[in-house]
Design a protein around this ligand. Structure first.
Ligand SMILES: Cc1ncc(COP(=O)(O)O)c(C=O)c1O
Length: 515
């Protein structure tokens, strides 16, 4: 209690600090106990001591600054040693633009080549079969496929509902060149595809123009892991396959010696946080030869003429697809990042995050208000079978009303918890999860004035009562039990609160719910 008159004295401050410290100690001992019992019941949470050591050594800034980071599908985190090693490397030599034969140019060429080799080695890709094209991000890789793929009338672009918008966007290239665009739906409650339906599509015979099948190895919305066996099935029936691995590779092993999709887009910042602005398209060499680029640029040609306006020769291999100068300084950080990921171990990361996601899902399912009403509704699989550590959900109040997701994000942020809200650029999963029909979506596209995501959500909510937005937490390389535990502690602080309680910013100092 502050002193009479509302003025906080030094004694008040000291008492508040003591109380906070005591609360922190209580929390810490409760957390240690919970973690010990979780670790002994979950062998997948391998070697918690090593994880704590890694966290302190490489990701100490999280705990120093009191962050609970739960947005790894948005962006991975970099280890301190990645930065140090990169800086040391840059400081130890002189690097020039690679497109020449002088010593500094050759130094950069070596950096680029070793990054290409490191990427191939990390994914067990045979260099005789796969080429690595460096891009700005996964979306850049996807655009390369879209603009260059030989879509034509009679051809097909087959894609799952739960693709990221950068995969959905390829349909515009397909359509404009006369190919059919066919979506395969996901189904509630798990937001999986119907395997029989996928099989039926893939086994439809055709001797016609090129057909491309695109799906995510892991949905960035529901966390669903789709069967990688579809790649071979599709190949056996004449399809090319684009396997979007952007949300998959940060916590799952992609073994390109066993599964051989034709096109694999990814972003490195999602895998190891740094650098941003570099992605790759891993592409089977035989398919690279079938892509037709709609333009050329500096670096992508061996020769072009101005007098002969139609004359140019595309450079062979990856060079023909890397517009301008690649990020030759950043690429050395890609090699370092891959080495870091290997040293921690992708299988170990996978096992840990899956164990932690299992704990979160079980906790979410068991949390109830005093009247017995559930506090969470998860979208996607509620068990750990064939799913990754990305969880989409609502929080519900005692009468089943949805807490405003943006306010939940804000309140979590006040506890320095980073989670994500919105639709995650995955409209298909969102539309099915929230039961939004085609006609309801159509309303958002009727007006001549462009509607924003928030505007569309409001339109649908007002018209139908459905709440078409979502909260997402996602786990990654540095996630500890403490992170998921702190999130649940925050979430359960809303127990018995009506949705209206979080709806608007309000002053309620000392409220137990928000403390
Ligand atoms: C599954 C998936 N594909 C593609 C992308 C696009 O990645 P970027 O924004 O790095 O281009 C994302 C980004 O979240 C993703 O999750």
């Amino acid at each position: 209690m502050p002193s009479p008159g509302g003025m906080r004295t030094i004694a008040d401050e000291a008492r508040a600090i003591r109380e906070r410290a005591m609360r922190h100690e209580d929390d810490e001992s409760e957390l240690r106990e919970a973690e010990a019992s979780f670790a002994s019941a979950n062998p997948g949470y391998r070697d918690p001591e090593a994880l704590h050591e890694l966290r302190e050594r490489e990701y100490g800034r999280l705990d120093e600054r009191g962050h609970t980071y739960l947005d790894y599908t948005g962006g991975g985190l970099y280890a301190d040693s990645q930065l140090r090693r990169h800086l040391e490397l840059l400081a130890s030599d002189v690097f020039g633009n690679p497109h020449s034969h002088n010593p500094t140019s050759l130094a950069s060429t070596a950096v680029v080549q070793s990054a290409r080799s490191a990427v191939l080695a990390f994914f067990d890709a045979d260099p005789a079969q796969y080429e690595v094209v460096f891009t700005q991000n996964a979306s850049g890789a996807l655009k390369l496929v879209g603009e260059s793929y030989p879509f034509e009338p009679g051809g097909t672009y087959l894609l799952s509902y739960d693709n990221h918008n950068s995969v959905n966007g390829i349909r515009e290239f397909a359509r404009s060149r006369g190919a059919d665009v066919v979506y395969v739906p996901v189904y509630r409650p798990d937001l999986r595809l119907d395997a029989d339906l996928v099989r039926r599509h893939l086994t439809t015979p055709s001797n016609g123009p090129a057909r491309l099948f695109a799906y995510p190895a892991q949905s960035n919305f529901s966390g669903v892991l789709h069967p990688l066996e579809w790649v071979r099935l599709a190949h056996d029936h004449g399809w090319d396959v684009l396997l979007d691995c952007a949300a998959f590779v940060p916590t799952n092993r992609l073994d390109l010696s066993a599964v051989k999709p034709d096109f694999v887009p990814l972003s490195f910042y999602k895998m190891f946080g740094y650098p941003t602005g570099i992605g790759a398209l891993l592409v089977r060499r035989e398919k690279l030869d079938q892509l037709r680029r709609p333009w050329f640029a500096g670096g992508t040609i061996t020769l072009a003429s101005v007098q002969g306006a139609g004359w140019y020769r595309l450079a062979p291999g990856a060079a023909g697809f890397e517009d301008g100068t690649v990020d030759y300084l950043g690429l050395s950080a890609v090699t370092i990042g891959l080495e870091h990921l290997s040293s921690v171990g992708i299988d170990r990361i996978h096992d840990r995050v899956c164990a932690l996601a299992g704990w979160l899902l079980r906790e979410m399912a068991s949390q109830k208000h005093s009247n017995g009403a559930p506090m969470f509704r998860a979208f996607g699989p509620t068990g750990t079978d064939r799913r990754g550590a990305t969880i989409a959900f609502y929080m519900l109040d005692p009468v089943g009303d949805v807490y405003d997701v943006y306010r939940i994000e804000k309140l979590a942020g006040e506890e320095r918890i980073s989670l994500r809200t919105g639709c995650f650029c995955n409209p298909g999963d969102g539309e099915i999860a929230h039961r939004i029909t085609r006609d309801e979506m159509a309303e958002c596209f009727e007006d001549t004035v462009p509607v924003t995501l928030a505007g569309c959500q409001r339109l649908i909510e007002d018209a139908t009562g459905k709440v078409p937005n979502t909260i997402r937490v996602s786990l990654g390389i540095a996630t500890t039990f403490g992170d998921v535990w702190r999130f649940m502690r925050f979430a359960t602080s809303l127990t018995d609160r009506p949705a209206a309680y979080v709806a608007e910013p309000h002053e309620e100092p000392g409220s137990p719910a928000l403390d």
